[in-house]
Design a protein around this ligand. Structure first.
Ligand SMILES: [Zn+2]
Length: 328
């Protein structure tokens, strides 16, 4: 190697430093001008935490769920579906994940069905208040409206693959960050929602009989449909119940602090999701759902290609921010 003169070396170092400072300032600019810029009241720890929530990962999880179809609760594969979701949580590092089984009787198309069903419950145990529970839930079963045959196909990407994907993604980020919450976090993929919301009925009945201290429950059900091209028009609906108006106002603040989403409050359909069973047992719950009404509801066209995962990411960020902020 040829030895370089001293002046030449000094010039190279100066040019290198100039290039380095340019590339650093560009990186900082990108961070602050993105869709997720820091808002008044936002906490730096929470902002950094939820920045890991990724639209591509949410899309991949939802496609993985879609490909398991039928996810109909009366299909013979229902236990396999639950076991697959349990194993996915465990693969992500949420080793305390269990199936919780229950027996139900349902009437569907003039026939009585007696079946075992399964909730998938992933727990991150709290360091200070392990008996205090913060829950985010979604349902993994899917259905088709008549005349569709859900045994033959029930893709359920938005309803509610998107919600289950949000649970997996929050779990992934919690493990990635090595986060130990003060109270316990439960990410629950409910079974058997589409006929009588059996999974949340069973969970809340057991919780009430066991005097469980559920601080609140957030229900992510249908959180990936948004057809407006302009992100400024994206909105989320926060449905509340007679006992959870204060929690809804708090959730609206999280939407404002951590996303650019608009928000509406239309609780017309608040009985149509798992959060309703939490309310009926006296627990506080909020139902997060896309404000835009989907034309693919309970259709064979409820597939990943009709979902908007950058939107799903924003809704997931809200529930993740609430979980983390309450427990840091
Ligand atoms: Zn649903």
């Amino acid at each position: 190697m040829k030895k370089l003169p001293l002046n030449y070396l000094r010039n190279i170092i100066i040019i290198g430093l100039v290039i380095l400072s340019f590339s650093c300032s560009k990186k900082n600019d990108d961070t602050v001008t993105g869709f997720t810029s820091t808002k008044p009241g936002a906490n730096a720890f929470v902002t950094a935490f939820i920045s890991d929530i990724n639209a591509d990962t949410l899309s991949a999880y939802t496609l993985w769920l879609q490909n398991m179809q039928p996810r109909f609760m009366l299909s013979a594969n229902r236990r396999n579906v639950a076991v697959s979701i349990k194993n996915k949580f465990i693969q992500l590092g949420l080793t305390n994940t269990v199936l919780d089984s229950f027996y139900v009787t349902n009437y569907y198309k003039d026939t009585t069905y007696n079946t075992w069903q399964f909730n998938v419950i992933a727990t991150v145990t709290g360091s200070q208040y392990p008996d205090s529970l913060y829950i985010v839930g979604a349902h993994y079963d899917a259905i088709l409206n008549p005349p569709g045959n859900p045994w033959l196909g029930s893709p359920g990407a938005d309803d509610d693959g998107s919600g289950v994907a949000s649970l997996l993604e929050m779990g992934r980020v919690i493990i990635k960050r090595g986060f130990t919450p003060k109270s316990s976090i439960k990410l629950i993929a409910f079974g058997a929602e589409e006929l009588n919301m059996e999974g949340s009925l069973d969970y809340t009945t057991k919780a009430m009989l066991g005097n469980k201290k559920i601080r609140w429950m957030l229900n992510n059900d249908m959180i990936s449909y948004e057809n407006h091209a302009n992100t400024a028009d994206w909105k989320v609906n926060l449905m509340d119940y007679a006992n959870s108006g204060d929690l809804r106002v708090s959730a609206e603040n999280y939407v404002s602090m951590y996303t650019d989403l608009g928000k509406i409050h239309d609780s017309t359909a608040n009985k149509e999701g798992d959060s309703y069973n939490f309310y009926l047992k006296g627990y506080k719950a909020i139902f997060f759902i896309s404000a835009a009404s989907t034309p693919y509801y309970h259709q064979l066209t409820d597939v990943v290609g009709n979902c908007n995962f950058p939107y799903c990411r924003e809704v997931t960020k809200v529930t993740c921010a609430m979980l983390v902020d309450q427990n840091r």
